[in-house]
Design a protein around this ligand. Sequence first.
Ligand code: ADP
Length: 188
Amino acid sequence: MRVIMLAPPGAGKGTQSERIAARYGVPHISSGDIFREESAAGTPTGRRLRGYLESGDLVPDDLVLSLVEDRVITAVRTRGGFVLDGFPRTLAQAEAAAVMAGKARASAQAAVYLDVPQDVVIARITARGEDRADDSAAVARHRFAVYLENTRPLIDYYAGRGILVKVDGGPAIDAVSQEIFAALDQLQ
Ligand code: ADP
């Protein structure tokens, strides 16, 4: 199973990605988790990442690709698929991912878009509290604006490629999972 997750910040993308990964036996690759680990490790790259993470701005595409590409290729080779959570996040990343997938003959089968209204996601992020440096209300609003400008266009991009699966992310977690599984089961 090869799936890309698309959603505004706070829509439950990480939670649903975990569940999809468990159900279909493929790795969950979260760009945000990769970047937070690198940042916590205090490497030179980690220090470069920290400012972007704290402000909610996008990490530059070349740095994103350098940290994510090998993991995706390894996932395809060793596990036959992936759930991509947080990547691609810009059109340039989506185009780079498509080239990468073409070479590996492992194009995404579905781009699952979790649709959740802005007021709901901002409330969810701020309710998450102080666990993450980027969860304050002001940064949450900024991350949503960054999402609208850079990531939302990917919905049309994947619709154009015929792999978009739109799911209402508003209901309870289990109900959302069931709707996603119902769509993805048909692809197997
Ligand atoms: P959320 O799912 O709540 O939006 P993530 O954990 O996916 O948060 O991402 C946290 C931060 O990591 C983003 O605000 C951004 O700074 C950075 N980031 C993650 N993935 C990417 C990406 N593909 N391109 C650029 N920046 C990214």
